[in-house]
Write a protein that binds this ligand. Structure first.
Ligand code: FMN
Length: 459
């Protein structure tokens, strides 16, 4: 499989799933605008062979389509879910290297983040450049266990960063270190092989090492190296590594930054100092454009599958789920026997999962990944006065602006909000003697023929 970002880019070139842009564009708004445009159209990964003012290549939309995540796992897209599930339950421990490519060039003096790295300024009202593919690693001062996550990181000045630590394990490790009044060492690794990058956002119980998960998914141990100035381990083949420490007791405004929910968000967040920057020779910078398809690819597979498995234990009528817009909009595909099963399921979804704000139930003849089909089911199989469930005052998605989201709860050590919710039963009646709800289709033989023909035409 792919040991680093470069070998994966080579694969994408060979398989014509990468667009190369040779015109020198600015990391401030210009490169992000192109990433957004290509995500909305053909969807390839994009390699900017240079960047204005730096001459350093920039890559984006790396896992912007499910087919590329499948390629990173070495399987066809149809086998993505089963491959993920099988390998997710077989973690492989990382191995340590003494020397590593990510430390070919080392800066310990005169640190200047923005002069060394073409960090992108993504949106019109973003306050400054932001790292968006920053795999952040802490070591728990109590247990020595590693914590890994993907967190937005603001470049505040030449050696100061702000970090949004809203989710465990990093938010909890930091809370424990801060309680003792201790600075917390960290490392940020950027430009990774696609599986280590993906694994940083796989949902995991606290204490499970994401490098073990990455090893399992990649089918081989991930190679790590100890940092030069802090006691933290990072992927040996990273393009860039920043080493530093968080300052206890300090909070500064971080943001505004255009977030995954499509809105700007700022908050009083922890601040860190960078002591060293290391990188490979001729490094490549890796960025993610927020609120694009890539975020869904990163989150949907692990979040959906983990959630579906638990849901099916209580509701075997559920066949599949699709969680969009950070799960706030969730579609469940069901095979019901009785009409009353679906409102019960919808109430459960709204009440048990803070992220789910709109839940829609559809039948198995509806393609839940196709918004047109889901809308068709709502428009033709739902009578709002009978088929809608509403709830108020439930825990909601922490950043939802319509629910006043974005407040930190010091007791729960998390961002929380309450919201009103809606569940829509867009399934046909269990009893449909006249076949009034039968979906039209071409005969199976003609369909199979068409599939074969179109496949050939598109090759
Ligand atoms: C694109 C993207 C950006 C993220 N940014 C942040 C962030 O800025 N702050 C944060 O606390 N979590 C952020 N997360 C979520 C964490 O990485 C999260 O810990 C992870 O998705 C789930 O792993 P966990 O179960 O270990 O928490 C982000 C996730 C994704 C996919």
């Amino acid at each position: 499989m792919f040991k680093d970002l470069r070998t994966f880019l080579g694969y994408l070139v060979t398989h014509q799933d990468l667009v190369q842009v040779d015109e020198p564009l600015s990391p401030r708004h210009e490169i992000p605008a192109v990433l957004k445009q290509i995500d909305k159209s053909s969807g390839e990964a994009v390699l900017f062979s240079t960047s204005k003012g730096y001459g350093i290549p920039v890559v984006g939309n790396l896992l912007g389509r499910r087919r590329r995540l499948a390629a990173a796992l070495g399987v066809k897209e149809e086998r993505l879910a089963e491959t993920y599930e099988a390998r997710r339950s077989n973690p492989i421990k990382p191995v340590m290297r003494k020397r590593a490519p990510c430390q070919e060039v080392v800066y310990k003096q005169g640190i200047n983040i923005s002069r060394t790295i073409p960090v992108l300024t993504h949106h019109a009202k973003d306050v400054s450049p932001y790292f968006t593919c920053a795999l952040t690693t802490f070591k728990d001062p109590d247990t020595g266990m590693r914590g890994v996550g993907l967190h937005r990181i603001q470049v505040k000045d030449r050696n100061t960063i702000g970090i949004f630590l809203a989710t465990p394990p990093l938010s909890h490790i930091w809370a424990r270190a801060e309680k003792k009044g201790q600075p917390l060492e960290f490392a940020i690794a950027i430009g990774l092989d696609p599986i280590t990058f993906f694994s940083s956002v796989v949902r995991a119980p606290e204490g499970e090492d994401k490098f073990d998960i990455a090893g399992g998914l990649a089918g081989r141990p991930i190679e790590l190296v100890k940092c030069k100035t802090v006691d933290v381990d990072v992927p040996a083949w990273a393009e860039f590594v920043l080493e530093g420490y968080l300052i206890p007791g300090r909070r500064d405004t971080e943001g505004p930054f255009g977030e995954s929910d499509g809105y700007y968000f700022k908050y009083e967040n922890p601040v860190g100092k960078i002591k060293a920057i290391t990188h490979r020779r001729a490094p490549i910078y890796h960025a993610l454009m927020p609120w694009t398809t890539e975020e869904s690819v990163l989150m949907d597979l692990s979040w959906e599958l983990d959630y579906l498995k638990n849901l099916q234990k209580s509701f075997p009528i559920v066949k599949h789920t699709a969680m969009r817009n950070l799960g706030m909009m969730t579609v469940v595909q069901v095979e019901k026997k009785a009409d009353e099963e679906v409102p019960k399921l919808l109430s459960f979804l709204l009440e048990s999962n803070p992220s789910i704000k709109v839940a829609v139930a559809v039948d198995t003849d509806v393609d839940l990944h196709d918004p047109r089909e889901v809308e068709w089911a709502i428009a033709t199989r739902c009578q709002p006065s009978r088929d809608v469930v509403m709830r108020d005052g439930l825990p909601g998605f922490s950043l939802d602006p319509s629910a006043g989201g974005g407040k930190y709860d010091d007791i729960q050590k998390a961002f929380v909000t309450t919201t009103s919710k809606i569940g829509i039963d867009a399934t046909r009646p269990a009893h449909d003697p006249e076949g009034r709800f039968e979906k039209i289709d071409v005969p199976p033989r003609a369909k199979a023929l068409a599939e074969r023909l179109v496949k050939k035409l598109l090759v």
